[in-house]
Design a binder for this molecule. Sequence first.
Ligand code: LRH
Ligand code: MN
Length: 397
Amino acid sequence: MEHSESAVFDRAAKALDTFEIEIPSWGFANTGTRFGKYTQSAAASTLQEKFSDAGEVMRLTGATPTLALHVLWDLPNGVRDVASVQEQERISGIRAGSINPNLFQDQEYKFGSLCNPSSEIRAQAMAHMLASIEIAKQLGSRDLSLWLPDGSNYPGTQSIRKRIGWLEEALRTAHTHLAPYQRLLIEYKPFEPAFYHTDIADWGMSSHLARYAGPQARVLVDTGHHYSSQNIEQIVAWLLHTGSLGGFHFNDRRYADDDLTLGSIDPYQIFRIFHEIHAGAEDGLALDIAFMIDQSHNLKGKVEATVQTVVTAQELWVKAALIDREQLAHLQQSCDLVGAEELFRGAFWRDVRPLTRAWREARGLPADPLQALRSDGYVERVARERRGRESRVSSYA
Ligand code: LRH
Ligand code: MN
């Protein structure tokens, strides 16, 4: 790999030019934990406000052209709300991204949705899945991103294998309703809200269900959905190798599914994941990976936390892009452990902020998006406009 300053900048610019990350509408809403929700006057609660905030993040970063939508939170009237989403797309210049069904709020889903022992309730859940796919079709959204809270809290209280059978059939049926360009992303999570078994608990279960459902189904990796001792980049390597990686929900955590901002606890984790992806691309793997953020900003300013997250993701993406993988391959082949580690970790230590700043200036973007946000008055303006509506807290967490 060439190491001249211009070659390094070109490599960084090439990586940043193709780096896009989707932001979640729910990241702009008032959220909290079961112990409390600390509302913010600038928080978004309407579709217009969520698309407006997404537009501000795109204006400052140039890397977030799409907004993930959660059906019951953003389209409470189902397909009838598609026109209002399209209206906001026109006004904000932000496109609707992945469509996320809500199979975790209705009282009927106490014992599960697609895995519920009641065939009536399974049918109700399937109806919501198909309505979500129809919404995605009308919006031209490619990804139907599915997370199920389904599971149980006590041993012996549910048939795990019966639930697998119901799930296989449901996802295969859903797959038959996808348009040819669409994908079904299957997100796994080891626990919460279920605390004995979760029906889609790990990458193996999600991979099987994707294969069983059909060729347009893939695995979605939420970085917060792993036991703390799990090697997530190894899972990513396996999913790249088996061609079943569809996308990521990026966030960070110290303990469980904490949904903290990306890179706030373990930035090296995301760097190691990004390395696997760059390596896969350089080895010619046909990659089609949706990068998405899935966080809840309970304490940080919501637009600020989102801009901070995008900037951090861009920096970690460039650090990993600048690894001299040719040289690394030699050191790995010769088992020069310290040599390989120093090269690998050295890329992580590298301060790439001068490169990302120069790339932004070259693309007509603010060199420091966070600083630009702090001085452009957007948050103060929307806080004035939205003051007095803090109480409208979304039902998320
Ligand atoms: C579940 C999850 C899922 C979403 C929700 C907002 O923990 O990660 O992706 O539906 O958060
Ligand atoms: Mn998620």
